[in-house]
Design a protein around this ligand. Structure first.
Ligand SMILES: O=C(O)CCC(=O)C(=O)O
Ligand SMILES: [Fe+2]
Length: 331
């Protein structure tokens, strides 16, 4: 049963949940239940009143645009390392191909050649991350960009911490259950730009914006502009909801929850009904924030998600091992 009052609408079949009553403590359990129900049903939820002011989101999109407007050789002053497990810096269009269940290098090459992902990205994390140091532009280029990324990273961290509390409450474990495993902020802020491309090529699957995939962390928060095109499997197309952050469960959380919560396949294709006169689909910007468990932590199934009737399906695993294997397979 979905809690009425906090579930304020549907975008496709995905619930739009008002997070305000969680943050102000007026209806914490109802909000938590609505989120968990939506994660069980679809693996996705839209959150409104998430606490991050819209001006901050708009500002970050502004920085993202200014970054991607730079000439290629400037952006490449902060190059993403060729090593796919160091996820920082700038990746030019076509470099990364997000796929599902492909770990073989030759097969990846084939898929990339067939339908490249037409997107470029810039990734950053916390400044004190020794495992994956940030890769910034030189100080003289686009001053303020680095500070904006860092500031936005920590703003998103606030939503993450509140959201993880809600998730725990909704799963009937102690409110700080997930927090103990997410103390380090091993998260990743990703700026994405999908350049304008001929609609026909997107529709014929000659090129993709982002290929069908699941995320592999705990949860992802996605801010998007109003262009649209994000599609969630079976069989939902989602439209951007004003002021909302889209949250989805990653594979790690699905595994962690003993398959109670779903990590759903999603992709970005041509936005419906948006074509310019010359048959081009407008460019699109989005900002996902991937939240991962502490690399050094080992997780076992969430206590409320297994029982004699529903035995554990998975062995305990370290976040580092799981995530590094998945990252390296995408590059
Ligand atoms: O750009 C989007 O809307 C989706 C991005 C996404 O799914 C990802 O980066 O994992
Ligand atoms: Fe994704």
């Amino acid at each position: 049963m979905l809690a009425k009052g906090v579930t304020v609408g549907q975008a496709g079949v995905i619930s739009v949940v008002d997070f305000g009553p969680f943050l102000d403590n007026s209806a914490k359990q109802q909000v938590a239940d609505a989120i968990v129900q939506s994660f069980k049903d679809t693996g996705f939820v839209y959150l409104i009143n998430h606490g991050l002011p819209q001006e901050k989101v708009d500002e970050m999109f502004g920085w993202s645009k200014r970054f991607f407007e730079q000439p290629a050789d400037v952006k490449l002053l902060a190059p993403h390392p060729a090593n796919g497990s160091h996820h920082r810096g700038y990746s030019a269009p076509g470099v990364e191909k997000v796929v599902r269940d492909v770990f073989d290098a030759d097969e990846l090459k084939k898929r990339r050649a067939k339908a490249p992902d037409v997107k470029e990205s810039f990734e950053s994390g916390r400044e004190d991350d020794k495992l994956m140091p940030n890769i910034w532009l030189p100080d003289s280029v686009l001053p303020g960009f680095k500070e904006a990324c860092i500031d936005f990273f920590w703003s998103c961290r606030e939503i993450e911490l509140s959201f993880l509390r809600a998730l725990a409450l909704g799963l009937a474990v102690s409110e700080d259950y997930f927090l103990q495993y997410h103390a380090a902020a091993d998260n990743q802020l990703r700026l994405l730009h999908y350049p304008s491309v001929p609609v026909e090529r997107l529709q014929n699957d000659e090129v993709t914006r982002i290929g069908a995939h699941t995320d592999f962390c705990t949860v992802t928060f996605l801010f998007q502009d109003n262009v649209g095109g994000l599609e969630v499997e079976d069989p939902n197309s989602t439209a951007p909801v004003e002021g909302a952050v889209v949250v989805n469960a990653g594979d790690f959380l699905q595994r962690w929850s003993n398959d109670t919560l779903r990590s759903t396949v999603h992709r970005v294709r041509a936005p419906p009904n948006l074509v310019t006169e010359d048959g081009m689909t407008p460019e699109r910007y989005s900002i996902p924030y991937f939240c991962a468990a502490d690399f050094n932590t080992i997780v076992d199934s969430v206590p409320s998600t297994y029982s004699a009737e529903r035995p554990k399906k998975y062995k305990p695993i370290s976040a580092a091992q799981y995530i590094m294997e998945r990252l390296a397979a995408n590059y």
